[in-house]
Design a protein around this ligand. Sequence first.
Ligand code: NAD
Length: 494
Amino acid sequence: MNTAELTRLRSQPVKAGSHIIDGELRAASHGKVMDIVSPIDGTLLTTVPRGTADDANAAAAAARKAFDDGRWSGLAPAARKKILLKWADLIEANAMEIAVLGVRDNGTEIGMALKAEPLSAAGTIRYYAEAIDKIYGEIAPTAPGNLGLVHKEPVGVVGAIVPWNFPLMIGAWKLGPALAAGCTVVLKPAETASLSLLRIAELALEAGLPKGVLNVVTGEGAIVGAALAEAADVDVIVFTGSGTTGRRLLQASAKSNLKRVYLELGGKSPNIVFADAPDIDEAAKVSAQGIFRNSGQVCIAGSRLLVERSIHDAFVEKLVATAKSMKVGDPLDPSTGAGAVNSLGQLEQNLQFVEEARLAGRTIATGGKRILAESGGYYMEPTVVAGVEPSDRVAQEEVFGPVLAVLPFDTEDEAIEIANGTNFGLAAAVWTQNLSRAHRMVKRIKAGVVHVNTYGGADSTVPLGGVKQSGNGHDKSLHAFDKYLDLKTAWIKL
Ligand code: NAD
């Protein structure tokens, strides 16, 4: 990574953000702005519009008009593909600038941010662009005398509400298939991660996306997000974030136009290490990365480590050593392993979980404290809490920080009972050389994705979605189109 380039980019002033509505840069209807504070050092980075319900409704109306007049869905698939591919190219060409902007806004370490944010977003948009002219309708196998055709049509206006941990990656998981399907979109970024999404939306206009097809409204979730959730012009809400907000979105749908609501929520994912894991050192290293990268602010983070008792102490020792060797600090230093926690509020919440565990008599095997406070930024040590009971809050609730809860187990059945013993079901992992056991565990663990002898890294070709209270519907892969394409039957008497 070119450090001179990083130094130049990090010291550039950041222009104030604007909504993007109907192809225009706009201020909030009342003119107010929101301060954007960098988690790197707690200083003011820039401002974005403090969006209003009127702004959200104006964006939804622009998206409605753009959908209904067919300026996007009515284009030849090959023409839409060309624009989306150009957009992906522009994101890739500006990847470093976009990554640094995003890191200054949300604190993710640059090594991860570059790959997981602009480059991943470009790859996702390309994946769906390439699929546009490969999706066919169906001819149904009906009895003679009838013809049953199943058309696939874009659902209409999509309200996409996304979180701050990976705004571009998760944003692209929604925007890619929604736009490829021919829908129009109003995007609502998280309060603490708007800037890189605003930047790529500008690039979409540059790539030739017609105005009104992709609108972005910044501001508070409880105002802008809530207005989108109730808007009559919005047909579908796709959301990634907390269960609390997810519940509000379902209520808003019930109160308004019964828009469909797809939720990607949190997790408390079990990472299960058996004594016959193929490489214990590798398992310890990957397990540490699986919880501590991006300061644990990863929806699929392996936040519960279940270790077979016979290797428990040795494994925890290796894991603690990896945690201790991880460099935490300035996210724009390429050698940093974990950057800043996204906000002071999130940092305080993380510390509270550790304090509670300490008071309950659990062992803080490493970490547990805020560090580098003198920088003004929000940094926390990678933290391992051992001797945790399955019913502890730290084993049941999502911390969304660099805090790992470790629990021993004796048998496969006990591991399954602990693994499935939360309200969540997003991700999991199993480390074993026993092929039969691996398959048994994949089948018995209630989760949207089960990794075997690895953690994370699943590419665009496979779906990601939760079961239980981790959500419904899927991002990624061709299955994501299900949320954005309606089936329409033509039943024809011959
Ligand atoms: P959050 O629910 O507070 O915010 C997510 C988004 O919802 C933000 O854009 C926010 O502005 C908006 N919002 C907040 N209140 C709203 C309301 N009343 N109405 C409409 N919109 C509202 O969650 P967060 O703290 O930003 O994100 C962290 C959560 O996201 C964690 O629980 C994490 O597990 C989850 N997450 C899940 C996945 C996944 O793929 N399943 C991926 C990343 C993060």
